[in-house]
Ligand binder design. Structure first.
Ligand SMILES: NC(=O)c1ccc[n+]([C@@H]2O[C@H](COP(=O)([O-])OP(=O)(O)OC[C@H]3O[C@@H](n4cnc5c(N)ncnc54)[C@H](OP(=O)(O)O)[C@@H]3O)[C@@H](O)[C@H]2O)c1
Length: 269
């Protein structure tokens, strides 16, 4: 790493939005002739190595770390190792999802989702903040979702995790305001990825992960602290949260966002 390299961390960089964010960062900073060091984290080594190769193609220096973020000790150790080179921008993106059947989610699934999407995300931030504070510099980017505005029966623990991380990000922005650290909350609509492929409800206005990464980077470069898109889904979700719950639930059921009652149909999709 050269002294003036920008150090960018992306969790969940093996596929989907995380891989797109890593590649678009590599390309963007190469175009701006800014040397960049990318630290990529996920469990799937071959997919992570593939993403690393694509980033290196743009001239980025890349280190990748195989880590299961469900394990908080591993998460803390990995972040500590990465933060030996002070991190400038951290995309806290890795997440798991799952659906409910007949109104219930297995407890192990709920634990996995909350552990990965909320607790590990908070652990990543906690591990990064001391060195960012010391330098009075750094940006934490938390990937939440429009699901944070109004939950629905198909993905209860996922929706709870995304509402939790939105609230945590907003709170940390306030807490860290005087310490030179900026915090950005990202609330995307539907993005085509392995995660959305497993979502059986309607997916209006879905966009590719590359397009989503480009929107996020463009808005981050404009120093926005809340990034939400597309506006029509944001407006719809905010409206739902204002409606009486029985009305909102009826609309959500009509969109097939209710609990799964025929798992065989779900599994065949
Ligand atoms: N897709 C959508 O429609 C959508 C909409 C709104 C917000 N989002 C948010 O956008 C982010 C990216 O979602 P995506 O659609 O790109 O999902 P995805 O395609 O399923 O990718 C999830 C990423 O997280 C990593 N990950 C999951 N569990 C992990 C664990 N225990 N340890 C380490 N890494 C783990 C995965 O890597 P490994 O499996 O290799 O570990 C993968 O790189 C998430 O925060 C998601 O909530 C997605």
């Amino acid at each position: 790493m050269t002294d003036h390299s920008l150090h960018i961390l992306v969790t969940g960089a093996s596929r989907g939005l995380g891989a797109s964010l890593a590649k678009h960062c590599a390309q963007h900073y190469a175009n701006n002739q800014q040397p960049v060091l990318l630290s990529l984290v996920a469990r799937n080594e071959s997919a992570l190595a593939d993403c690393a190769r694509q980033c290196q193609h743009y001239g980025a220096e890349v280190n990748y770390y195989i880590a299961d973020l469900q394990n908080i000790d591993i998460t803390m150790t990995t972040i500590k190792t990465i933060a030996r080179q002070p991190v400038d921008i951290a995309f806290i993106n890795a997440a798991a999802s799952g659906y409910s059947t007949h109104g219930e989610e297995p407890w192990t699934q709920q634990q996995t989702i909350i552990q990965t999407n909320l607790i590990a995300a908070m652990a990543c931030a906690t591990g990064l903040i001391p060195s960012m504070k010391q330098r009075q510099q750094g940006k934490l980017v938390f990937i939440s979702s429009i699901a944070a505005y109004r939950g629905f029966g198909l993905n209860p623990s996922y929706n709870a995790s995304k509402a939790g991380i939105k609230c945590y990000a907003d709170s940390m922005r306030h807490a860290l305001a005087g310490y030179g650290i900026s915090v950005c909350t990202v609330m995307p609509g539907f993005i085509s990825s392995d995660m959305s492929a497993g979502f059986t409800g309607a997916k209006p206005l879905i966009i590719t992960s590359d397009k989503a990464a480009m929107i996020i980077l463009e808005k981050i470069n404009r120093q926005l602290s809340l990034i939400q898109f597309p506006w029509a889904l944001i407006a719809g979700q905010k409206l739902l949260s204002l409606l009486p719950s029985t009305w909102a639930d009826k609309i959500l059921t009509w969109l097939s966002y209710g609990t799964v009652t025929d798992p065989s149909k779900f599994d065949s999709q």
